[in-house]
Design a protein around this ligand. Structure first.
Ligand code: AP5
Length: 220
């Protein structure tokens, strides 16, 4: 199965994508993670992307398409993958179609997540993540047991993402509406869009996602 998770910042793509990919042993391809990794390692891509990401803007299409072309061809992605954060523009969506077609593959479904905007701002301002395993916590809804460290890496302090300040979150939401939301129509027109109600709890959202995929899922 090859899936795209589409939706605004903070809607739960990473949280749900991690669980879905683990459960089905599909590769999780998160372009945001790949970029943050490059920034942390201070690679040329990291230098190029850092300012753009901190400003809440999109990194160039060619760079992103090249990253996904390479990663989606890795051995662990052959049986299936979940794309989190890609495509984000119409040129990226066109490129994804062409790259899959060239491999004799196709996109099975696009899961369109949605939730009220104020809920997204609330979730993102309370998000903290483990810099080692990238697991997302939330000070309001999924707090770490001791208030500041990762469950699986007890020596590691959780951090706040650079782009989770309220002003940058609002900018990311504007960028989403302008550049990414048109993909909903793009995929609806192709008959591949399935809606996921993402305003509820993590378990409720996972149930909605399972329904959209038409499969029985273990609850989170
Ligand atoms: P990216 O990392 O993809 O960020 P995003 O799309 O803005 O999404 P987020 O990671 O912020 O949110 P999410 O939907 O994954 O929510 P999460 O599960 O973490 O991209 C970052 C940047 O990289 C972009 O701005 C851009 O610059 C660049 N970039 C990446 N891909 C690109 C591309 N293709 N083209 C160009 N540029 C690109 O949940 C959020 C919080 O809410 C967490 O604290 C979580 O615990 C909590 N939470 C989750 N679900 C629930 C729930 N149901 N109820 C309550 N709390 C919940």
């Amino acid at each position: 199965m090859r899936l795209v998770l589409l939706g605004p910042p903070g809607v739960g793509k990473g949280t749900q994508g991690r669980h879905l990919a683990r459960e089905h042993r599909w590769a999780l391809i998160s372009t945001g993670e790949m970029l943050r990794e490059a920034v942390a390692r201070q690679t040329p891509l990291g230098y190029e992307a850092r300012k753009t990401m901190e400003a809440g803007l999109l990194v160039g299409d060619e760079v992103m398409i090249g990253l996904v072309r390479e990663r989606s061809n890795d051995a662990d992605a052959r049986e299936g993958f979940v794309l989190d954060g890609f495509p984000r523009t119409v040129p990226q969506a066109d490129a994804l179609d062409s790259m899959l077609q060239a491999r004799g593959q196709r996109l099975d479904a696009v899961l369109g997540f949605d939730a009220p905007r104020e809920e997204l701002v609330r979730r993102l301002s309370a998000r903290r993540e483990c810099p080692v395993c990238k697991r997302a916590y939330n000070l309001a809804t999924a707090p770490p047991p001791d208030g500041g460290h990762c469950d699986d890496h007890p020596d590691t302090l959780l951090i706040q993402r650079e782009d989770d300040s309220e002003a940058t979150v609002r900018r990311r939401l504007e960028v989403y509406e302008a550049q990414t939301a048109p993909l909903l129509e793009y995929y609806r027109g192709q008959g591949r869009l399935r809606k996921v109600q993402a305003g509820g709890t993590v378990a409720e959202v996972y149930r909605s996602l399972a329904e959209a995929l038409g499969c029985r899922e273990e609850s989170v």
